[in-house]
Design a protein around this ligand. Structure first.
Ligand code: SF4
Length: 311
């Protein structure tokens, strides 16, 4: 039996995650520990533990950091009241929100100010959704899938716009948009894609590979929305089996039984070392032939926040 790996490309770190991790590392290098970080800087356990080991202290809320402390806000974005709370506590803040999340916040604010009701397609409780909804809580209604599109209520059906979380499944989000359009024919679309380039590219790459695999392994943490979506996309694209694993230690050897071709990818918050460890392990099981069928170029990079990029 020939055993091979189809390795998705692109995979792993996106520009927003790379920037957020750099923000914490550079803050630690410049000011020394402790540097407080509100929420997991990115949704990956390995990254969070590594930064903790360097002196980052992760907290759930601003009031858990001492007055005057240096606090970094995570890549997922925050509601305006968090800025207010930080100011009241005299925290010195650095905002590592991904610029593509900030773009959605600005869209939400702009449409709210123009009198629209905003239908935000996303998952309840996700940090990004909480942050975006905080921009205009009275105007934004969360819609989690086509079923909720049937029940959401707005003030004026002729003045509605949809926006979305950046890390959704593209196909599922579009199904929700169609359901919303059926109810609100005047529904306005956002000016550009809200589902970010990294989410779309990683989904596209695994979609191409999945039909040729007996098993797809997605490296990523369970609280990572884009990683979880990769499992769903792989299954929808024809992979008979797909699993999310934080590290190779979570691999169940039984999954490999009778599998000739394994698809491998990783979420946007996953460092490549975790993929390398998985590939090394699979090589020892005979999966030594690694192919990357195609790739999508990702030239995107984001500048660091001004407080770190200037002396
Ligand atoms: Fe930004 Fe997209 Fe990466 Fe999220 S997944 S940090 S929105 S580039």
């Amino acid at each position: 039996m020939s055993s091979r790996i189809l390795l998705a490309s692109p995979r792993g770190y996106c520009a927003g995650v790379d920037r957020a991790v750099q923000v914490v590392e550079q803050a630690l290098a410049r000011w020394g520990p402790p540097v407080y970080v509100r929420h997991e800087i990115v949704h990956n356990k390995y990254v969070v533990r590594a930064l903790e080991a360097k002196g980052a202290v992760f907290v759930d809320q601003c009031h858990q950091a001492p007055p005057g402390a240096r606090v970094i806000f995570s890549a997922h974005g925050i509601a305006p009241d968090v800025h207010d709370e930080a100011a009241a506590r005299h925290l010195r803040t650095i905002d590592a929100t991904c610029p593509l999340v900030t773009k959605v916040h600005k869209e939400a604010l702009r449409y709210a100010e123009a009198g629209y009701d905003i239908l935000l397609i996303g998952h309840a409780g996700h940090e990004e959704v909480i942050g975006t909804m905080g921009e205009a809580p009275d105007r934004i209604h969360l819609v989690n899938g086509p079923d909720e599109a049937a029940t959401v209520s707005v003030r004026d059906p002729d003045k509605v716009v949809w926006l979305s979380q950046t890390t959704l499944s593209v196909d599922e989000a579009m199904a929700t948009v169609e359901a919303l359009k059926a109810r609100f024919p005047a529904l306005v679309a956002p000016p550009g894609d809200d589902i970010c380039y990294a989410t779309q590219n990683r989904q596209q790459a695994i979609k191409e590979i999945a039909p040729h695999c007996g098993l797809v392994l997605v490296v990523g943490s369970t609280n990572s929305s884009n990683s979880r979506r990769l499992v769903e996309v792989a299954l929808a694209a024809g992979a008979p089996d797909a699993h999310l694993i934080d590290t190779v230690s979570e691999l169940d050897e039984a999954w490999l039984t009778g599998v000739e071709t394994i698809g491998v990818t990783s979420g946007a918050s996953v460092p490549e070392i975790l993929v390398t460890q998985l590939l090394d392990h699979l090589a020892a099981q005979g999966y030594t032939d690694i192919e990357t069928p195609s790739t999508i170029a990702e030239p995107q990079t984001f500048a660091l926040p001004r407080s770190l990029s200037h002396g």
